[in-house]
Design a protein around this ligand. Structure first.
Ligand SMILES: [Zn+2]
Length: 117
């Protein structure tokens, strides 16, 4: 993958990251549970870079698809930073270009994904 393609996916990931953060905030604010409203306030006062740490202390990510998506998005952006984007995190094979187009946050090639689940 050349740097122009990587840049394209980076833009796409950052754009989705922003959208998902807003969606998570909205979800927490709409919740009838007190702790969710408190958490929303806390997040608004914090740097987005700390959101995953903060949410992990307060809620179970398994119950919040937006948090799971944030985890994946941040992992993919981290892989761009370290130059590992587009490669399987298990076997380091180059990932299928169509699969990345479909979801730039995929971490594993088809073979490893099957083994992983
Ligand atoms: Zn693999």
């Amino acid at each position: 993958m050349n740097s122009k393609q990587t840049r394209h996916f980076q833009d796409q990931l950052e754009c989705e990251l922003f959208t998902v953060r807003q969606a998570l905030l909205a979800e927490l604010k709409q919740s009838s549970q007190n702790f969710a409203g408190e958490l929303a306030k806390l997040l608004e006062q914090s740097s987005p870079a700390k959101w995953l740490d903060i949410t992990a202390e307060h809620i179970n990510p398994q119950q919040y698809p937006h948090v799971q998506r944030l985890l994946k998005l941040e992992a993919a952006l981290c892989q761009i930073d370290i130059g590992q984007f587009g490669y399987c995190c298990d076997c380091e094979a180059q990932l299928d270009a169509n699969a990345i187009q479909t979801d730039p946050t995929i971490q594993r090639c088809r073979k490893c994904a099957l083994r992983h689940t």
